[in-house]
Write a new protein. Structure first.
Length: 138
């Protein structure tokens, strides 16, 4: 990035502070930048959109991971609560998140259970008063 680009950007974002850009990929984030990233996203986790409270741990995550060519700079950073950070990063936790999503989907009625309780409406069967079990027709 050249000097002109940098000035143009800070002008467009209409604020006096320049975008923070890490000099190397492992440059520690200054606290003021952490605050800016936090405020730029309305204090919400970029993944679960949960509001991050004062007691919550959160990290500055790279929108595009550094290994995928993302840059270590303010624009590429987003606040992510530690829970999401963990979930997004390890395969075991991805499985956990998938499970949580399934449970949530069922709870919200978005998706039916794979094995409905026998005899329930969802099972597709019903027992007649005579005791005979017949397919339930809608
Ligand atoms: Zn989150």
């Amino acid at each position: 990035m050249n000097r002109t680009d940098r000035h143009w950007r800070s002008y467009r974002m209409s604020r006096s502070v320049e975008e923070w850009v890490g000099t190397s990929d492992d440059t520690a984030l200054p606290p003021r930048v952490r605050i800016r990233v936090f405020e730029a996203h309305g204090g919400r986790c970029a993944i679960c959109t949960r509001e991050i409270g004062p007691a919550d741990q959160w990290v500055c995550d790279h929108r595009i991971a550094l290994i995928n060519g993302g840059e270590h700079r303010e624009q590429n950073l987003q606040p992510v609560c530690c829970w999401c950070d963990r979930v997004v990063k390890t395969p075991a936790d991805i499985a956990l998140k998938a499970k949580i999503d399934r449970v949530k989907a069922r709870y919200l009625g978005v998706r039916c259970a794979k094995s409905p309780m026998s005899g329930s409406r969802a099972s597709g069967w019903k027992r007649k008063l005579s005791g005979e079990v017949v397919p339930r027709r809608v």
